[in-house]
Design a protein around this ligand. Structure first.
Ligand code: MG
Length: 174
């Protein structure tokens, strides 16, 4: 069995007249993410973590913002598409852990919905996905409320895990 770790990061400006999306969940807020796509900063960081772990490129190469076809793109569709490539290469997601830097609103009330949304897209139970919200104590673009940042770390595995190997052997013995 081979395991690979991947990390992703993204930051978007917060502007009025845009939706505030995190992992496909719309958060009620005065401002939302500016972006060529729908701006879902968390989905973008997760895409880069997955692609990085599988060494399959990055979001900018796969879905270039210079291409009109990705204008207002649904980032969760991009995530499913990127994960499809990762699966095609034989990888399974073990777990995903994320941090969202955001001064307001508080993300805790939306955490379970975000976890479920990401888990559904990545075909794992919600227990395999975690998301934490952090403020930046008034510091930098996140702290001043001008931007939202997301960080994601994932673990992928390929091949038969020791646990699965044991189960297979057991079944064969029966
Ligand atoms: Mg982005």
């Amino acid at each position: 069995m081979v395991i690979k770790i991947g990390m992703g990061q993204d930051m978007h400006r917060l502007v009025s007249g845009r939706r505030f999306l995190l992992g496909g969940i719309e958060i009620p807020a005065e401002r939302g993410e500016e972006g060529h796509s729908d701006g879902d900063v968390l989905a973008h960081a997760v895409i880069d973590a997955l692609l990085g772990a599988a060494a399959l490129g990055d979001i900018g190469g796969l879905f270039p913002p210079s291409e009109p076809v990705w204008k207002d793109a649904d980032s969760m569709s991009l995530l499913r598409s990127a994960f499809g490539m990762v699966k095609q290469a034989g990888w399974r997601l073990v777990n995903l852990d994320c941090v969202v830097g955001c001064e307001s609103p508080r993300l805790l009330p939306f955490r379970e919905d975000i976890r479920k949304s990401l888990a559904a897209a990545l075909e794992v139970p919600a227990e395999a996905v975690f998301v934490k919200g952090k403020t930046a104590e008034g510091l930098g673009p996140v702290g001043k409320g001008r931007a939202v940042e997301a960080l994601a770390v994932c673990l992928l595995e390929r091949g038969v895990s020791p646990v699965m190997r044991k189960e297979v052997k057991h079944e064969t013995e029966i």
